[in-house]
Design a protein around this ligand. Structure first.
Ligand SMILES: [Zn+2]
Length: 431
């Protein structure tokens, strides 16, 4: 069995506040041993890689990924793509995610029904590079809900499948499971992107509709995620036991208390960059801060900041990344979220890295928790990245792919160790 021994590393284990010096042995696709500071591991039979004091940490996990989104300016842009080009675009985005250090992603709605599924299958077969991937359905939405772009005068396809009534939701959930989805997503709130039709404070779905999706998916051993800004939407997710709660912007104090009591069952992903960037960085595409205020995006940002700060204090697993793939949140810039969590929600750097690795991995593995992913510890799957510098001192290091000196997924290098950047600059080591 192939063995790789990383030596001279500063280890971020995933759950600890500090880095610690050490060595890590990978055997096959798992971490076999981690040396305590001052100890060494046997070299025999292993490829020894001296990382020169760089940080060795778990790969990043994106629990709210839209690999099928094309950096467009609207949901209509996405559906204007022919399926052939769309498959290739998704393939390139999957490689880009892994290039950026994301060794696992959770699909959070695909732009077309089988796009996530086919890319996941190709990655799993080893034919294209990409993270471990859970494939999602398109968004299931009600007539007039988020991502129903049609009007009576003109039918328009979108990134959703429109369903009304429990029978239609059940049917489409079964159809997506038949086609291979791991996760079924539904929209039980509006969004400022729906302006003026349906703001984020409104929940258009009935109890029976949500129940139909969740029961059908859970009965088949699949998971569910929900676009849920409204307080009522978040409570509905708790009543129906939805694994992945996206946004949760307007969750009240009482709802946060309720969620904290069952925090082991749920992951919250605010996807705050979509609100921040839309409010402050999208003027080039016609969305000035004034417009963002008018349509409600700025309010979603401000309420989201308050809510996530409270959830952090309540010990709820709030995770970074999400909703990258629009013009103002382009793929490959996802790791800016790490800074946002510190600046907006008051996370310590080690806490946001724990959320980006350990919590993301818990989300990926699911509630049965039998697989070990997301930590640098014996028995865990060898999804590892080597970073030039200390992320606890500077989280922006993760924004530059050139700082990733090595990327390993499932014990195999996606990017072989290339030597520290300083050495590259001096011409000492060559790629
Ligand atoms: Zn999303």
């Amino acid at each position: 069995m192939a063995q790789t021994l990383f030596v001279n590393a500063q280890i971020f284990e995933g759950t600890e506040r500090d880095l610690r010096p050490g060595e890590v042995l990978v055997r096959g696709n798992r971490v076999a041993a981690v040396a305590a500071p001052g100890e060494t591991l046997p070299r025999e039979g292993a490829e020894v890689i001296d990382v020169g004091g760089a940080t060795l940490m778990p790969g990043l996990v994106n629990a709210h990924s839209h690999l099928t989104y094309n950096n467009g300016t609207s949901l209509k842009d996405l559906t204007a793509m022919p399926v052939e080009e769309h498959v290739l675009l998704t393939m390139h985005n999957a490689k880009l995610a892994l290039d950026c250090g994301f060794t696992a992603v959770i699909g959070a709605a695909a732009a077309k029904p089988r796009l996530d599924i086919v890319i996941r299958n190709e990655i799993n077969a080893g034919r294209i590079p990409g993270p471990r991937m859970l494939a999602c359905s398109p968004e299931l939405t009600v007539t007039g809900g988020l991502a129903d772009e049609s009007q009576l005068v003109q039918q328009h396809p979108s990134v959703s499948i429109v369903c009304d009534g429990p029978e239609e939701f059940r049917k489409v959930t079964r159809l997506m499971i038949r086609e291979g989805a791991d996760i079924v997503k539904f929209n039980n709130s509006g969004d400022s992107f729906c302006y003026p039709r349906m703001p984020g404070q409104i929940n258009p779905m009935t109890e029976e509709e949500v129940s139909a999706v969740v029961r059908t998916a859970h009965n088949a051993g699949r998971r569910v995620s929900a676009h849920s800004h409204a307080d009522d939407s978040v409570r509905q997710c708790l009543r129906h036991d939805v694994e992945y709660i996206y946004h949760a912007t307007y969750a009240s104090e009482a709802t946060i208390e309720q969620l904290a009591r069952v925090r082991d069952r749920h992951i919250v992903s605010p996807a705050i960059a979509a609100r921040y960037n839309t409010t402050y960085e999208a003027a080039e595409w016609g969305i000035t801060t004034d417009i963002a205020e008018m349509i409600g995006t700025k309010r979603e940002l401000e309420e989201g900041i308050k809510t996530m700060s409270r959830m952090r204090a309540a010990g709820i697993r709030v995770v970074p990344f999400g909703d990258y793939g629009f013009a103002w949140t382009p793929h490959g810039t996802d790791t800016r979220d790490l800074e946002h969590f510190v600046n907006m929600f008051g996370f310590e750097p080690w806490e946001v890295l724990r959320a980006a690795t350990v919590y993301g991995a818990e989300a990926w593995v699911g509630r049965d928790g039998t697989e070990k992913l997301g930590r640098v510890a014996p028995g865990y799957l060898a999804d590892l990245i080597v970073l030039d510098g200390n992320p606890l001192h500077d989280l922006t290091l993760l924004q530059d792919r050139a700082n990733l000196l090595a990327i390993m997924k499932d014990g195999t290098f996606h990017k072989r160790f290339v030597g520290a950047r300083q050495e590259l600059r001096l011409g000492i080591a060559a790629e």
